[in-house]
Design a protein around this ligand. Structure first.
Ligand code: GN1
Ligand code: MG
Length: 354
């Protein structure tokens, strides 16, 4: 993005030029920047929201502020403080763009892959800490910022629609992959069972639990808190642990095109489970604990559906940098899913077919 646009937005949140900035997002959705002045080490995190994905940006603000106030009162986990613009609003609209900002947490950094089991445990603990800290918040107070975001039945329906109405040359070319996904429809059946079973509780989940969404302390290396809280909303137990398994326990990330190199890192998988349960075990229900290992399976399956759906529709959602990237991402996720199915059977005799 051009400097002038960022400078203009930063000024609205109290940082006038001359300033420094660096892009923070490796994500596929928003544009996020750390903006600061020469004379301080703090600055702000400035974010331009993706309005195609987040149709009602005010809901992001409402959810965030509600959760921020709750955490502040409970004196435990703290998340970055939200900032108002100089006119007092939480969102700033400019030329079709929408901006918001948080205070930058000093002495913090985000980790990149490859991950150590120790970091995995800390990250999982941090995301679990967030959900547990929000245990007493009425989930109905939070808006579903992206409706049906981790609704697997909905994602499957979108996939079926894309097969019928999408680019037919791509549908033909992707037949083998489509077949592998259809053969695993039992994950959708499991999801449907889950939503009908009250023992699977509706909880406040982060919904984007990758390693880079945890702030670590520069000196101590301890986790400070989860960030990227725009998808914080009501959901089910599998979302957060599942996305961690997907993004951290995989030996290669979703950009890897050589699927033969993809495997499950057993030490990281076990560390994620341990870190997650160290916060959540006490509050999880019997059904959630019994089906814990379904988490990664459901999320990887969902991500494969989403990437392939986007490919069939002609790449309308995820940013791509080459023609068949969404297909490659889907292929990567299906390979990862197969490795995880094998791993869970080998390690725990955990089977998933009904
Ligand atoms: C998107 O933008 P990013 O990377 O934080 C997506 C996630 C996917 C992820 C896959 C709002 O997240 O659900 O898991 O890409 N977020 C949204 O890389 O769709
Ligand atoms: Mg995100």
């Amino acid at each position: 993005m051009i400097n002038a646009v960022i400078e203009k937005a930063a000024a609205q949140f109290g940082i006038a030029a001359p300033l420094w900035f660096t892009a923070l997002s490796s994500g596929l959705i928003h544009q996020t920047y750390h903006v600061w002045k020469d004379d301080d080490n703090k600055g702000i995190v400035l974010q331009q929201l993706n309005q195609a994905v987040f149709k009602e940006p005010q809901q992001i603000i409402n959810n965030y502020n509600l959760v921020y106030s709750h955490l502040k009162l409970s004196n435990g986990l703290m998340i970055p403080e939200p900032m108002r613009s100089t006119t007092g609003s939480w969102l700033w609209y400019d030329d079709g763009r929408i901006w918001r900002a948080n205070c930058y947490v000093p002495n913090s950094y985000t980790e990149t892959l490859p991950i150590t089991p120790e970091k995995a445990r800390k990250a999982a603990n941090s995301f679990a800490h967030l959900t547990r800290s929000l245990q007493t918040v009425d989930v109905r107070m939070l808006a579903a910022v992206i409706p049906d975001f981790h609704n697997l039945a909905f994602r499957f329906a979108q996939f079926q629609k894309a097969m019928a109405e999408g680019k037919q040359d791509r549908v033909t070319q992707a037949q083998a992959l489509i077949k592998q996904l259809l053969e695993r429809k039992h994950y959708v059946d499991f999801y449907n069972h889950l939503v009908r079973t009250p023992d699977f509780k509706v909880r406040i989940m982060h919904h984007d639990c990758k390693l880079s969404n945890v702030l670590f302390h520069l000196q101590t290396g301890e986790a400070i808190c989860p960030i990227d809280l725009d998808t914080l909303m009501p959901g089910y137990y599998f979302s957060d642990l599942g996305d961690m398994v997907r993004s951290m326990a995989a030996s290669a990330d979703e950009t890897e095109q050589d699927t033969s190199t993809i495997s499950i890192r057993s030490d990281v998988y076990l560390a994620l489970i341990e870190g997650y349960l160290s916060e959540m075990e006490k509050v999880m229900t019997a059904s959630e604990k019994k089906c814990l290992h379904h988490s990664g399976l459901l999320m990887i399956y969902m991500q494969a559906l989403r990437f392939l759906t986007d490919y069939l529709l002609g790449d309308v959602y995820y940013k791509i940098s080459y023609e068949s990237q969404n297909y490659d991402r889907a292929l990567n996720q299906v390979s990862l899913l197969i490795r995880l199915e094998d791993f869970l059977y080998r390690e725990f005799r955990y089977t998933t077919k009904a």
